[in-house]
Design a protein around this ligand. Sequence first.
Ligand SMILES: NC(=O)c1ccc[n+]([C@@H]2O[C@H](COP(=O)([O-])OP(=O)(O)OC[C@H]3O[C@@H](n4cnc5c(N)ncnc54)[C@H](OP(=O)(O)O)[C@@H]3O)[C@@H](O)[C@H]2O)c1
Length: 286
Amino acid sequence: MTTIALLGTGLLGHAIGQRLLAQGLTLRVWNRTATRISTLVSAGAIPIEQLSESAQGCDAVITVLKDGPATSDVVHALDDLRGRCLIPMGTMGISQSRDLATFMNSRGGSYLEAPVLGSRPEALNGSLLVMAGSDPDVFKQQQHLLSHVSAQPVLVGPVGSGAATKLALNQLIASMTHAFSLSLRLVQQADVPIETFMEILRPSALYAPTYDKKLKRMLEQHYSDPNFSTALLRKDLMLFLQEAMQSGLNPEGLSGLSTMLVQATAHDLDELDYCSLHELTQSIRP
Ligand SMILES: NC(=O)c1ccc[n+]([C@@H]2O[C@H](COP(=O)([O-])OP(=O)(O)OC[C@H]3O[C@@H](n4cnc5c(N)ncnc54)[C@H](OP(=O)(O)O)[C@@H]3O)[C@@H](O)[C@H]2O)c1
């Protein structure tokens, strides 16, 4: 039977753990804050007592950690990596992922970056969009495992290409949410009924389902119980900006949005759903 070590049981990692258990895999779990593994353990997961021993007896090690540095710290603490495959599913920078691949290869292991689009609901029903970056052979070896969380995991290309794709998508999340928020504010200021605005937007080429997904939360200022936090969206936009500049692109249009996302901290929005950036597009007149 396949045995997986899952390191990181935050919002997304916990849901991935639930799904893997539901799929009948043997799951060993670790989280920096140990209390966050308790419900998975109650559901049948085996707690990892020592982080360093996480990889022992496992076919693969999946990490779902905050960012590249956290993933690197955790992975460097692991023993027995020879023959194991490391599968990071959190979002990180391209070079951060490539460095992890180099480390795994130096330890006789293999590496498959597998960032995902989708959140808790998609993790729970196995419909995450996985964008993998790895050698084709490694992808083939791990495809069955990935299929437990994704109907059709996609091999994008070599290590780094999955990370780049994920950052490109998250730039869209930030930009589209911001654009939608500003447009909502303008029509509201002009006393245009929101439903009239949506009736025109929905059948148009400008529509994206994410707008309806977030509309209620924005109008009701209901940002608690997030699927994806503002702090993590900021992390991803900053990574995108860094990568875009290193690639010689001109990401100037995003600088105002990144400044706004930095302001989210002072407005206590960091732990809330990312669409709470709607709070930051309010009138700036005194
Ligand atoms: N949520 C989503 O919908 C979603 C979707 C796609 C991708 N992602 C990506 O997936 C990753 C996890 O997201 P999430 O929403 O699950 O975030 P989260 O709920 O904040 O969980 C973050 C996880 O990282 C751990 N962590 C943070 N810093 C650490 C450190 N220095 N050392 C060890 N562990 C550390 C946390 O441990 P503690 O519990 O001890 O704090 C927790 O397990 C992120 O890269 C995010 O961008 C999330």
